[in-house]
Design a protein around this ligand. Structure first.
Ligand SMILES: [Zn+2]
Length: 184
């Protein structure tokens, strides 16, 4: 393991990597998210398997994997807090004002979205740190040819959230009244 540890040197941050953030700011925001002790801990591994991925869309899983890997190389622990969400949980979040979608209206209900949060800080990142993750996510998606939308670009700001741009056509493949989750 010692060798592996040494082999993981943070990528040299690209200059101007995040529009609106200077190089210095970028380095600063990244270093605020780095936690190498945690990323090699058992807790990080356990986090990776936490979310329900049953029936998830392969493209969102590929995106998740690639963004987590990209962040891992930088020393940033990231994990999927949620991929697939059933109807009871969806309605509970809606009533609590934590989601703008009712059951059946969220891409999570079709396994077409992922909420990626920090391993130790969870959602408690600064807007600039989220902006860095947003940029990295878009870069990874473009490289993989996966068309995703980032919740950090919305008015209903949800920077942990990433969804497949075509999730509504995925939803359309479900017949009316079909039990689309069957989990709750
Ligand atoms: Zn989400």
């Amino acid at each position: 393991m010692a060798n592996r540890r040494e082999a993981v040197v943070p990528d040299r941050p690209a200059l101007d990597v995040v529009p609106g953030l200077g190089d210095h700011a970028y380095v600063h925001e990244v270093s605020g998210m780095v936690d190498r002790a945690f990323i090699y801990s058992e807790r990080w591994s356990v986090q990776q398997g936490r979310a329900d991925r049953t029936g998830a869309q392969p493209e969102i899983l590929e995106f998740e994997r690639k963004l987590i890997k990209r962040c891992f190389k930088l020393g940033i622990p990231l994990f999927a807090h949620c991929v697939v969400r059933g109807s009871l949980e969806q309605n509970r979040l809606f009533k609590a004002g934590r989601s703008k979608a009712r059951a059946g209206e969220s891409p999570h209900n079709y396994g077409a979205a992922v909420d990626l949060i920090h391993g130790t800080k969870a959602w408690a990142l600064s807007p600039k740190q989220w902006a860095v993750l947003g940029h990295l996510g878009k870069e990874v998606a473009a490289q993989a040819g996966i068309d995703v939308i980032w919740g950090g670009d919305w008015k209903f700001w949800d920077p942990a959230h990433w969804e497949l741009a075509n999730w509504r056509s995925i939803r359309a493949a479900y017949a009316d009244g079909e039990d689309w989750d069957g989990r709750d």
